[in-house]
Design a protein around this ligand. Structure first.
Ligand SMILES: C[S@@+](CC[C@H](N)C(=O)[O-])C[C@H]1O[C@@H](n2cnc3c(N)ncnc32)[C@H](O)[C@@H]1O
Length: 257
């Protein structure tokens, strides 16, 4: 049976049946130094949007390991169960202040904008394999409320995600993505025909792409648990930078401030 990783119901069920911490593509260790470095290039009060947080501890690791004020972090997922679990976990922690949590669909602008508007425009987007899940979906009928003429178009889900995120962040902000795919963002160069946007790489540029070795949880003494002769599995870390090309969503002064 193939699993539809783009289905909300699939994720809701998974987090209901497996409520414990689970890290897609491995834990936060490989990402933390990169995030620390990127944060030092951003304004000190930049807000962070963690998309498709699931039951990952990445936001907790940033809060605790990098001393980022919890009020600067918004955790978002469309699976309500994941958000309930994260909030409950945070409720048990002794940290001062609380992160923000919201249930929203990254591919539904009205819903997403409503959920994010208090903290947008963001300085950093964190995406650990959420793009991978979204890329599994079919094309989406989308009304692009912030493009001239408010066109309704059918778009690949990753194109819609890139547009939505571009509308939620400041110029110079970062989209940090970890993905199993070495071609995850090739679409930025391919698309020419979006109304009001010349090309998606006018909005996002891939500033860095590097491979990191996948962390594998090995159960000691289990049959087949040693991978001594296996080549390492690599994942891809992308740093995308938002250009200065505005989308008509924030007042221009706000965008360039
Ligand atoms: C592969 S999991 C990654 C979870 C987590 N980031 C991690 O590293 O363990 C994908 C996550 O994205 C969420 N997701 C997928 N599509 C989404 C969408 N359209 N809007 C919001 N969340 C979405 C799923 O509910 C799930 O939590």
């Amino acid at each position: 049976m193939t699993i539809d990783y783009s289905s909300k119901e699939v994720w809701q069920q998974r987090f209901t049946e497996h409520p414990d911490n689970f890290e897609w593509l491995g834990g936060s260790d490989a990402l933390l130094p990169i995030i620390q470095n990127l944060l030092s290039s951003l304004p000190i009060d930049s807000t962070i949007l963690h998309i498709g947080c699931g039951t990952s501890n990445l936001s907790f690791a940033i809060r605790d390991g990098l001393s980022v004020s919890p009020e600067r972090i918004l955790n978002l997922d469309y699976a309500a169960r994941a958000i309930e679990l994260g909030q409950a976990l945070e409720g048990d922690s002794k940290a001062k202040g609380k992160m923000l949590w919201t249930v929203a669909d990254l591919l539904d602008w009205e819903n997403l904008h409503g959920a994010c508007k208090e903290m947008a425009p963001f300085g950093m987007i964190l995406d650990k394999s959420t793009s991978d899940a979204i890329a599994c979906g079919y094309d989406v009928d989308a009304s692009i409320a912030f493009l001239p003429g408010h066109p309704t178009v059918q778009l690949e889900p990753m194109i819609l995600l890139a547009l939505h995120l571009a509308a939620l962040v400041r110029p110079g902000s970062v989209w940090l993505a970890m993905s199993y795919s070495s071609t995850r963002f090739d679409f930025l160069d391919d698309v020419h025909a979006l109304p009001g946007v010349a090309r998606l790489n006018d909005l996002w540029t891939v500033e860095r792409k590097e491979e990191v070795e996948a962390f594998e949880q090995v159960v000691p003494d289990a049959p087949g648990s040693t991978h001594v002769h296996r080549p390492p599995i690599m994942h891809n870390v992308y740093v995308l930078r938002r250009t200065n090309t505005p989308l008509d969503v924030w007042p221009k002064d706000d965008f360039y401030e």
